[in-house]
Each structure stands twice: as structure tokens, then as C-alpha cells.
Write a protein that binds this ligand. Structure first.
Ligand SMILES: *Cc1c(COP(=O)(O)O)cnc(C)c1O
Length: 230
């Protein structure tokens, strides 16, 4: 059995086990296979072995791969840092954009989506650890950003995304996942029109189990599926 197949099966089982043991429906958690820096052959193998959701970080690299593989072969998620001048491509190729952290970017995505008559699904990225090196809205600005985003006709806000600081012990990430889940509840209580908080995109190879325990609906797993990146 190929290691990608084996890894996908193992992680899917771990997702189900973790969800069930904390009383959540296992089908409420989607596995996004993060294929950045992996070649077309490897991505195709993952799709053929059952990966339904693929996550990419770099626009140019993603375009090249998706043009060969086909947009309809998987659900594509953009999870990298997005510059406004690349928004057009993200809108053209991706079903979800997880990394909307500024009004400027939201506005540009809305504009590009309008041009091709698309309602673009997005998540607001929150810089939950308040790290200077990471993008995303600050936790205190996120509600205002959600409110502003809700007014764009060609955006469909689906939830929140975060990437906490890395800890060797995933238990240390729990507090950040909890904070994102609390922010989600605060936003739900505001009852903004045109805002769904269905998704929490949180958890990576090292900490996805903890993230699921704290309410993640989309775990983004790269290394544990594809091995280390060069
Ligand atoms: C690379 C990346 C991941 C996957 O990380 P792994 O530790 O390899 O599972 C998840 N989310 C984002 C935003 C990433 O850039």
C-alpha cells in the first residue's frame, strides 16, 4: 500500500476517533490535504486515494498544478498568504479562500468575484497568537472585519481560520483554538446578515486532534500525509 494512501486512511481514522470521543459528528470535520511544494504526480495520487479537499499556499504553483489536474477533481482551498494583486487567480481557481485578514483584500476578492459572477466562499483569518510574523486580523479587529465583509455581495463568509504559534506539545495550542471558537460564538451572537460561522479552519499535522476537540471543522494536514517538504 502506498504511504499516501496509508497516511490518508490513518488520519481519517484519527479524525473519526477524535470527533466521536468528544461527542461530535465525524462528518462535521473535513480533512484538507495540504499539498504545497508537492508535485502533480503526488497530488494526483492523493486524489486517487480519496483526498477530496486539497490545500495550496502559493498561487503560481497552484495554478500550474490545477491546470493539469483539473479544477473539478477536488475541492481546492487557498490557505497561503494572498496579495491583493493575486486575488483574481485565487477567485478563479479556489472554492474557498481561508486567509482573508484585511478589508483591502476582501474588497479585491469581491471585485474579482463580481467580474466572473461568482460568490466566493471565504474565511476570515485571525492572528490568534498576535504574532508579528503572521498575517490575519487581530482578535480585537476581527469582529469589525466580519461586519464589513458581510456587506460584500460576492463574498460568502463561511467562518474563521487560525494558525497558532508552533508548540512541540499540541496541548499548548489548545488555548488558541478555544479563543477562535469563542470568537465564533461572539460573532454568531451579533447575528450579522450574510455571515455563516459554519467553519473553523484550525489544526495541522501536529495539533489537529486538539483542534477537533475545540470545534475545528477543517483540519489542514500536510506533513502527516505527504511527508516532509524540501
Ligand atoms: C503548510 C500549512 C499547513 C500544513 O502544515 P503541516 O504541519 O505540514 O501539516 C496547514 N496550514 C497552513 C496555513 C500551512 O501553511
Amino acid at each position: 500500500m502506498s504511504s499516501i494512501k496509508h497516511n490518508l486512511e490513518r488520519i481519517n481514522l484519527q479524525i473519526v476517533d477524535t470527533a466521536v470521543s468528544c461527542g461530535r459528528r465525524p462528518d462535521a470535520v473535513k480533512l484538507i490535504a495540504v499539498s504545497k511544494k508537492k508535485n502533480v504526480k503526488t497530488v494526483l495520487e492523493a486524489i486517487n486515494k480519496g483526498a477530496l479537499h486539497l490545500g495550496e499556499n502559493y498561487i503560481q504553483e497552484a495554478i500550474e498544478k490545477i491546470n493539469i489536474i483539473g479544477k473539478d477533481k477536488a475541492c481546492w482551498h487557498f490557505i497561503g498568504h494572498l496579495q491583493s494583486n493575486k486575488a483574481k487567480f485565487a477567485v478563479k481557481y479556489f472554492e474557498y479562500i481561508h486567509t482573508v485578514g484585511t478589508l483591502k483584500l476582501a474588497k479585491e476578492i469581491d471585485k474579482q468575484a463580481k467580474k466572473i459572477k461568482k460568490i466566493q466562499k471565504i474565511l476570515v483569518q485571525v492572528n490568534i497568537g498576535d504574532e508579528e510574523t503572521k498575517s490575519g486580523a487581530g482578535i480585537n479587529d476581527a469582529i469589525q472585519l466580519v461586519k464589513e465583509v458581510s456587506r460584500f455581495e460576492n463574498l460568502s463568509l463561511q467562518g474563521l481560520m487560525c494558525m497558532p504559534p508552533f508548540f512541540p506539545d499540541p496541548e499548548h495550542a489548545r488555548i488558541y483554538f478555544k479563543q477562535l471558537a469563542q470568537l465564533k460564538e461572539k460573532i454568531i451572537a451579533k447575528k450579522f446578515d450574510n455571515v455563516s460561522m459554519e467553519h473553523l479552519s484550525m489544526g495541522m499535522s501536529n495539533d489537529f486532534k486538539v483542534a477537533i476537540e475545540e470545534g475545528s471543522t477543517m483540519v489542514r494536514v500536510g506533513t502527516s500525509i505527504f511527508g516532509r517538504r524540501d
